[in-house]
Write a protein that binds this ligand. Structure first.
Ligand code: FES
Length: 114
């Protein structure tokens, strides 16, 4: 089972996930601060992340995902939408973008530090 490492500014969360696991769902089930303004239907860019390692093991982004990424901030070659990524055979290192974390805090205002 591949290891999935989520990198946030102040912590790293490491999880095991079977092939085919949706990255956003994995994040949500484990308290990782990946935003999901549209609920994971490829209609926003709040789950924008950078795949630091293991990106070659993933299916290519669809045209719909590429179109949505065009709306994102700080898009890089490693950019993906978490809700559109399914875990492959290899471990992944996934860095959350500030765009995504900001959305997560907007969705979870009680989690904000005062
Ligand atoms: S949660 Fe909206 S595109 Fe992924």
């Amino acid at each position: 089972m591949p290891k999935i490492r989520f990198i946030e500014p102040d912590r790293t969360v490491e999880l095991d996930a079977p092939k085919g696991t949706n990255l956003l769902e994995l994040a949500e089930e484990n308290g990782v601060r990946m935003g999901s303004a549209c609920g994971g239907v490829c209609a926003c860019s709040s789950c924008h992340c950078w795949i630091r390692e293991g990106g070659d093991s993933l299916d290519e982004a669809t045209e719909a995902e590429e179109d949505r990424l065009d709306m994102a901030f700080d898009v890089r070659p490693a950019s993906r939408l978490g809700c559109q990524v399914k875990v492959g055979d290899a471990p992944l290192t996934v860095e959350l973008t500030s765009e995504s974390i900001t959305t997560w805090y907007n969705e979870h205002p009680d989690e904000r530090k005062s």
